[in-house]
Write a protein that binds this ligand. Structure first.
Ligand code: HEC
Length: 130
């Protein structure tokens, strides 16, 4: 019981304190459930847009427009490239922040949670495919 409380407090503090910044944009970690849709809405829409078309407001400030995420399967010959999508989300690229470290921090104390978050995000982006 006490141990669980400790973990809960540590998790809340971790969530409240961490943020990632890149360029002008700062993503403050609010409590975001592990639903792929909610994480996408909180972390990805700023650049990739609500429907993944690459038309988020923050994308206009980047040297290269964020890609259209609805065309990933089409661009890969009809097969959604889940592994590559997962690696991009986890590690980021030159212009996109990686979310792996943040997800691990949010998931401190619950093994498997960071992987579940990544998996759910990859699955949500799959639903955006044309
Ligand atoms: C700061 C703006 C920004 C945010 C926030 C962002 N991205 Fe990106 N994303 C980009 C840019 C720009 C690229 C192109 C990468 C490059 O050329 O370096 C990209 C690339 C990608 C790719 C690779 C697309 C391809 O054509 O292979 C995927 C998948 C992706 N983002 C998914 C996501 C998801 C899911 C999130 C939220 C967890 C997210 N991105 C958050 C800007 C962003």
């Amino acid at each position: 019981m006490r141990r669980n409380l400790g973990i809960a407090i540590a998790t809340v503090l971790g969530v409240a304190c961490s943020q990632i910044s890149f360029g002008q944009l700062t993503l403050t970690q609010r409590h975001v459930s592990n639903s792929g849709q909610e994480m996408y809405a909180a972390w990805c829409t700023a650049c990739h847009g609500h429907e993944g078309k690459g038309d988020g407001f923050a994308g206009t400030g980047l040297t290269k427009a964020p890609p259209d995420l609805t065309m990933l399967a089409a661009a890969a010959g009809g097969k959604y490239p889940a592994t590559a999508v997962g690696m991009t989300i986890r590690d980021g690229t030159k212009l996109m922040p990686g979310f792996g470290v943040m997800m691990e921090r949010m998931s401190a104390g619950s093994p498997g949670e960071a992987q579940l978050r990544l998996h759910n995000l990859v699955d949500y982006v799959r639903t955006l495919q044309k």
